[in-house]
Design a protein around this ligand. Structure first.
Ligand code: PLP
Length: 386
């Protein structure tokens, strides 16, 4: 029996054909496939602009730069996230701080955000940007965070790396209805994949123009963006310091093909998550409580093990591995990482996140998981508690 991973990509023969077609075309990069992919994602999400980039981390980095983050500024995010949600600020010379999670939704707690903003306003240390992370694909309370952004004047960059295909108040995550920008990742474990890839969505023309400029070295061929007159059709100018964060056409073609199956992929994840929830009734496990106005993209299936259960997280993890199942833990609180401790963060600063981490385990969930394999996971988990 092969090992069951916690997540894996779903690649169809149609996806393979789409990639092969690009390999035989004139453009491996900087061609028309990137525009098509950007349009496929923005059409689905209902946002005005999509800027495809090399990976989700690059998307966060460019979003921070487009928001004007620099030295002297601060960005706040959740401690229960991948390190990239915080690192993106440090790339810009911007400081990072965290807002603890809600014990039920496991997302940034809007009450704590409000309290912290109130205190920061008094001490004059308001954040320039807040990065809400839609953990496991469940949207944060964006209406409330959007209202706080208007009150306190910060930029919202949604980290929706888990949430493509999810909904918030009847609109797809990525609509940017309550935010300035939304970031997706297309790493193989996410809703859809481009191998490596990411995208920033926005409804603001100024941010989109800036993101496109920063994606290619800060170079423009648009005479309207140049200082002085163009020298001719060969002419370009570098007007700011940017990067090569482009997505190749090979990857974009895979993404466009995958987008056609996005709804079906999410439905399959939802069905499997539903089967787990029924099967785990009566076990000493608790699960994320998504607010009623959200529809999850079901990126991860996380269980928290009650402290009084006969097996703890380490015990269940080892039991699963010895039975050919490869769980994961999402996430080790970012502020407890050695690098972040060196910046002054300590254990105890974000107690909800820390208590979540002590109990959490991620079980296999991906569209290609068969019901037979899922039953094996269910049986193995059940056996650990009896
Ligand atoms: C995957 C992920 C990222 C980073 O995306 P990459 O494409 O791997 O760079 C950022 N934030 C979260 C929450 C993620 O899960």
């Amino acid at each position: 029996m092969s090992e069951i991973p916690y997540g894996r990509q779903s690649v169809s023969e149609e996806d393979v054909r789409a990639v092969v077609e690009v390999l035989r075309s004139d453009w491996l990069t900087q061609g028309p496939a990137v525009d098509r992919f950007e349009r496929a994602v923005t059409d689905y999400c209902g946002a005005r602009h999509g800027v495809a980039v090399a990976n989700g981390t690059a998307a966060l980095h460019l979003a921070c730069l487009a928001a004007g983050l620099g030295p002297g500024d601060t960005l706040w995010t959740s401690p229960i996230t991948f390190v990239a949600s915080a690192n993106c600020a440090l790339y810009c010379g911007t400081a990072v701080d965290f807002v603890d999670i809600h014990p039920g939704t496991w997302n940034m707690d809007p009450d704590r955000l409000e309290e912290k903003l109130h205190r920061a306003a008094v001490s004059g240390h308001l954040p320039k940007a807040v990065v809400p992370v839609h953990f496991t694909g469940v949207s944060c309370d964006m209406e409330r965070i959007g209202a706080l952004a208007r009150q306190y004047g910060f930029t919202i960059i949604e980290d929706a790396a888990h949430a493509l295909g999810g909904y918030y108040q009847d609109l797809p995550v990525g609509s940017c209805r309550h935010s300035d920008m939304t970031v997706f990742s297309f790493h193989p474990v996410k809703s859809i994949t481009t191998g490596e890839g990411g995208m920033v969505l926005t409804n603001r023309d100024d941010l989109a123009a800036r993101l496109r400029l920063l994606r290619t070295h800060g170079i423009t061929r648009d005479p309207g963006l140049m200082e002085g007159a163009s020298h001719g059709p060969w002419y370009y100018q570098q007007v700011v310091l940017g990067f090569n964060f482009r997505m190749p056409d090979i990857n974009a073609a895979l993404g466009t093909s995958q987008m056609r199956r996005l709804a079906a992929l999410i439905d399959r994840r939802a069905a499997l998550a539903g089967r787990y929830s029924v099967a785990f009734r009566g076990l000493p496990l608790t699960f994320q409580q998504p607010p009623a106005d959200t529809r999850s993209a079901h990126h991860l299936y996380v269980a928290r093990i009650a402290d009084e259960a006969r097996t703890d997280r380490a015990g269940l993890f080892a039991h699963l591995v010895s039975n050919g199942i490869r769980p994961q833990v999402h996430y080790i609180p970012v502020h407890t990482q050695p690098f972040y401790r060196r910046l002054g963060f300590t254990e105890g600063m974000f107690p909800e996140a820390e208590s979540y981490y002590r109990q959490a385990i991620t079980l296999p969930l991906f569209p290609g998981l068969t019901e037979a394999d899922q039953d094996r996971v269910i049986g193995t988990v059940g056996a650990a508690f009896t």
